[in-house]
Design a protein around this ligand. Structure first.
Ligand SMILES: [Zn+2]
Ligand SMILES: [Zn+2]
Ligand SMILES: [Zn+2]
Length: 346
């Protein structure tokens, strides 16, 4: 059961806004409400005694449920997966979208959606420990929430992402991911879309399909594959062990992927996370879904994918100053290491 987007929005007064940075085509979310959120993980990294607002028994303290999904993996729980509005949202859906030019500056008043997906009723589980069957329900829940947000004509894109571990920005220990709907296409996604469009115009081909074919034929950066998905250490990895999970079928719209494909994606993702654990120990990571934004649906040139980045290093002065990353582990070395670990367990 889904509450309407408008219903969710009217209960709040927003003070958030999007501000465009001077001289560059990049936006910053100014979100004063975020300052008030709890910092459970910083206080106690593995706390089990701390009060957790995401555990099923404490459902009354989280914002109202937007939607729930059942899972055969948790037959006795009130829900398998639960979407709620973020209690400390970076953005909120407001009745009116307003762009505010101010001489030098440009901003958009706080228009956006910020939802939390509580990925399992069990507090201490994690993606690599979940059966692929359940993780496929989580990936399907992303699709369902995106389908709902897509109906809001004020929004142009949704970023689904996961912060695992304090070092990756997670503030609560209970397994969860987030969706942020935006009235624009964020810079990183837009640059990738532009690059894919240019490649397609020049060659008639999808660059990501080409990448999959190339990596499968040489094998140097291929980590794993199954019938519907591949895991690759990208040529230009930004961090040690950066991994991309790609569906082998060409689809730009994440919502068009059938459940069988999500299951293959889930299987390969949990395996990669397990290989990461064996290579790196318990590592914090970020996982991001890149797919076509709403007003480009139907464009032939893009191919949705998951980008996974272990947070082994810090983003520091050089990265802030240049938007370039220093990575001491070439992707071929990372892929070979993970392949060896996979062979040992086979
Ligand atoms: Zn919990
Ligand atoms: Zn493709
Ligand atoms: Zn991408």
């Amino acid at each position: 059961m889904a509450n309407s987007v408008a219903e969710r929005s009217l209960s709040h007064n927003s003070s958030s806004s999007l501000r465009k940075r001077l001289l560059v085509d990049e936006w910053v979310v100014i979100a004063p409400d975020r300052a008030a959120r709890p910092r459970q993980l910083e206080l106690s990294p593995s706390s089990s005694d701390d009060f957790c607002p995401f555990c099923p028994d404490n459902a009354q303290v989280t914002p109202p449920t937007i939607e729930t999904w059942d899972s055969p993996v948790f037959p006795d729980a009130p829900w398998g997966v639960r979407a709620v509005a973020n209690k400390f949202p970076a953005l909120r859906v407001e009745p009116e979208l307003s762009t505010e030019p101010d001489g030098l500056y440009e901003s958009i008043s706080g228009v956006g959606a910020h939802e939390v997906l509580i990925e399992a009723p069990e507090h201490h589980t994690r993606w690599r420990a979940l059966p692929a069957e359940h993780l496929a329900i989580v990936l399907g829940a992303w699709q369902d929430r995106m389908a709902d947000l897509r109906r809001d004509k004020r929004l142009r894109s949704v970023l689904a992402f996961k912060n695992h571990g304090a070092r990756a920005g997670a503030t609560l220990g209970h397994i969860h991911s987030q969706l942020i709907g935006l009235p624009l296409v964020p810079t990183r996604l837009r640059r990738e879309l532009d690059g894919a469009r240019d490649y397609f115009q020049n060659t008639g081909l999808c660059a990501i399909c080409e990448m999959i074919a190339r990596e499968r034929s040489t094998g140097d950066r291929l980590i794993l594959e199954n019938e519907a998905a591949v895991a690759i250490a990208p040529f230009g990895s930004r961090t040690a062990f950066e991994t991309w999970i790609l569906p082998r079928s060409h689809r730009g719209d994440y919502l068009s992927s059938p459940r069988s494909e999500l299951l293959s994606i889930a299987e390969i993702t949990t395996t990669v996370l397990d290989l990461w654990r064996r290579a790196l120990g318990e590592v914090a990571y970020n996982l991001i879904l890149h797919c076509l934004p709403f007003d480009l649906l139907g464009e032939p040139y893009y191919h949705w994918h998951l980008e996974m980045l272990p947070r082994t290093g810090q983003v520091a002065g050089f990265e802030w100053g240049s938007n370039m990353y220093i990575n001491a582990t070439p992707s071929e070395v990372a892929a070979r290491h993970l392949r060896k670990l996979a062979d040992h367990s086979a």
